[in-house]
Write a protein that binds this ligand. Structure first.
Ligand code: PSU
Ligand code: MN
Length: 287
């Protein structure tokens, strides 16, 4: 088994605008190969779960308006009805694990959404549940800043998911380097993370190890600057009654618009950075 790195497709179909989505997806694969690992971008094409999408299939997921966002509960529906679908962190983990892939690189995980007013229902991403069930290394920039980060941090603890800070002792906040919330353990090298993975396996633990990497300093957005932008995006969502699976893509899109695309640059940069570390980890685990 060569050192493989799983990559998700919701970020392609619903997370980034065209042509940035297509270009970034191919660039992430190239980055993984530069580190001597094998990228495996995952999605569903006409009902077939594909681990290792071709460039043509990635292009299709980047441009088609018919691509569903598939979390784990949606997978059987897409397969039975032969639909095209993009996989989230949760469903990508599930499919990757079935292919014995140990490392997955993404942008920001889903988590506990903020509640704007007391009668809003809870919206908790299936990503958290998948992270508690599927043993692998998931490299990300923390949870997306549009979420309730303290609640997400608590949920990770409840679910028994070890949270690693790569060269940091606080949880990154996706666009920003520091949420002010603690990680469980700081690791300063890929080797230290690989040792954690080995220990985790020896203990037969079920869930993932979440490796969080702050976005590059020169492109990270200050937390205080992002906060009001997110609040504005959340107000838009309330006014337009955007909910459930549509909420995350809507909020990400609004944040990009309100930061004059700077959030897009940050998002792409952190995806690239996470792919580098994930590939290094995949290679280390195959030694
Ligand atoms: N991170 C990004 N962009 C994205 C996502 C994460 O940088 O588009 C996607 C992931 O696929 C994640 C999903 O699993 O958003 C979470 O959606 P929800 O909150 O509806 O569970
Ligand atoms: Mn949700």
């Amino acid at each position: 088994m060569p050192a493989a790195v799983a990559l998700e497709s919701t970020v392609i179909s619903h997370g980034l605008p065209f042509p940035h989505n297509y270009e970034t997806a191919l660039r992430l694969e190239a980055i993984v190969r530069e580190q001597h690992a094998q990228p495996q971008t995952i999605g569903v094409i006409q009902g077939k779960p594909v681990v290792g999408l071709s460039p043509e299939e990635i292009h299709h997921l980047a441009v088609s308006k018919e691509v569903r966002k598939l979390s784990i509960r949606d997978l059987p529906v897409a397969v039975a009805r032969r639909l095209d679908g993009a996989t989230t962190v949760a469903s990508t983990m599930w499919l990757a694990h079935r292919h014995r892939i140990k490392v997955f690189a993404t942008g920001g995980i889903g988590g506990v959404h903020r509640r704007q007013n007391p009668n809003d229902t809870f919206d908790i991403s299936n990503d958290l549940h998948a992270l508690s069930q599927v043993p692998m290394l998931v490299v990300c920039a923390g949870a997306k800043a549009i979420l309730d980060l303290p609640a997400t941090r608590e949920a990770l603890e409840t679910l028994g998911i070890t949270v690693v800070g790569f060269q940091t002792d606080t949880l990154p906040a996706f666009y920003s380097r520091d949420s002010g919330l603690p990680v469980d353990v700081q690791c300063d090298s890929p080797e230290e993370i690989a040792a954690l993975y080995t220990a985790h396996q020896q203990l037969s633990l079920q869930g993932a190890i979440l490796v969080t990497v702050p976005p590059p300093p020169e492109l990270a957005l200050p937390f205080d600057e992002v906060t009001p932008v997110i609040e504005r995006a959340l107000e838009d969502a309330t006014v337009q009654n955007i909910k459930a699976a549509a909420l995350t893509p809507f909020l990400l899109d609004r944040v990009v618009a309100y930061t004059n695309q700077r959030a897009l640059t940050t998002n792409i940069a952190l995806l690239e950075q996470n792919a580098v570390l994930a590939a290094k980890l995949a290679c280390l685990l195959e030694i």
